[in-house]
Design a protein around this ligand. Structure first.
Ligand code: SF4
Length: 373
């Protein structure tokens, strides 16, 4: 199976329950609500007809609920990677941390069945072992996103669990990866961390950002190299030039993303990719999906970040406020916000695939056979 059975069954049950009984107060269409003219980034409703027309959202778009909580206990990092927006956007709060109790309260408040612990470098969070144990005690699944530099040093603080993955960032083979993270030796240390974690019985997957310059043949070489360590799966994310890191040299347009992922489909066929087949079809330009960023809410030192992991228009004190005050209808390609134009990132679109938005019965079978393969 692609994921542990408990994860597949738990996620499917949670999604079904929430589709049948959605929280009515989260399903409000805020286009009619008063716009915040003081916010320069807010897209005003009167731009909608001119830019994209009054598109009727898919009925499931009206059933909002969280699927994966993106929890950022800190933004500090030991690296300064080229494509990272956090160390730039949160420069003024880079030394701050979300206290352990507050992290766990956010997990409870949100209720999502999966937590992606990210940052910053979460392995620099002093109570990372306790945080992970606390989330597992709440019967949630965890992806701990790390550059891998501290795995060996802090492995003793964790217990192997079928609901817990180390998700190690690797953008290519040694030379390429060390260039992307702007420091020599990072690839080697990450590989040693992967080996140590696998030897101790942990689940480990990798996460690769695909830039304009990425050579997909090298990614195939990387996945082949990782096979010897028994890595449990791979994620591929198309890089996107949102405001904090906007640099047209390395980030791609939608057409360029389609091209890269068509190449990936040929070269990476035999490897275990963690992305759903529906999302991969979207990345290859074979189908359209709407943005469902509300499915992957982000919590960090400033509170609940809206509308999504990438762009920031507001931070809210409560999860309820994030869900009810964010004008969700205005985001996503074609809905009027120019920042969303070329975005295809997983935090906006993978929930759409998982939730079955714009999908057919044949897609449901495709998803099922992918999950159990
Ligand atoms: S399309 Fe969605 S995920 Fe992408 S930048 Fe816009 S709101 Fe964020």
């Amino acid at each position: 199976m692609r994921f542990p059975l408990s994860m597949t069954v738990g996620m499917a049950g949670y999604i079904l329950r929430n589709k049948v009984r959605p929280r009515p107060e989260w399903q409000v269409d805020v286009r009619t609500a008063e716009a915040d003219a003081a916010n320069p980034f807010r897209i005003l409703p009167d731009r909608l007809p001119a830019e994209g027309g009054e598109r009727e959202p898919h009925p499931l778009m009206k059933k909002r609920f969280p699927v994966v909580l993106m929890l950022e206990p800190l933004h500090a990092c030991n690296l300064t990677c080229t494509g990272c927006g956090r160390i730039r956007e949160y420069e003024s709060t880079i030394t701050e941390r979300v206290p352990l109790e507050e992290c766990l309260a956010a997990v409870d408040e949100c209720g999502a069945p999966m937590v992606s612990i990210c940052g910053g470098e979460p392995m620099m969070y002093p109570q990372i072992g306790e945080l992970t144990a606390g989330i597992l005690a709440r019967n949630k699944h965890i992806y701990l996103c790390t550059n891998g530099m501290f795995i060996r040093k802090r492995l003793h603080e964790f217990q192997p669990d079928r609901r817990f993955f180390f998700n190690v960032h690797l953008d290519g083979m040694e030379r390429t990866h060390d260039l992307a993270v702007e420091r020599k030796g990072v690839f080697r240390e990450a590989i040693e961390g992967i080996q140590a974690a696998k030897a101790a019985g942990f689940l480990v997957c990798t996460n690769t950002t695909v830039y304009k310059e990425t050579d997909m043949r090298e990614i195939a070489e990387l996945f082949e190299y990782l096979e010897q360590f028994g890595v449990d799966g791979h994620q591929l994310s198309p890089a996107y030039g949102y405001s904090a890191v906007n640099d047209r040299e390395i980030f791609m347009t939608r057409e360029e993303v389609h091209e890269k992922f068509r190449e990936a489909a040929k070269l990476l066929k035999r490897f275990k990719l963690n992305q759903t087949p529906v999302y991969l079809e979207f990345l290859r330009g074979e189908r359209d999906l709407p943005c469902t960023a509300w499915g992957n809410p982000t919590y960090n030192v400033k509170g609940w970040k809206g509308p999504c992991y990438l762009i920031t228009d507001a931070h809210y004190k409560t999860f309820e406020e994030l869900m009810t005050k964010t004008p969700w209808e205005r985001y996503g390609a074609g809905n009027g916000d120019p920042r969303c134009e070329h975005c295809m990132v997983h935090c906006g679109y993978e929930p759409s695939a998982a939730l079955g938005v714009n999908t057919t019965l044949a897609d449901s079978f495709k998803m099922l056979s992918w999950a159990i393969r």
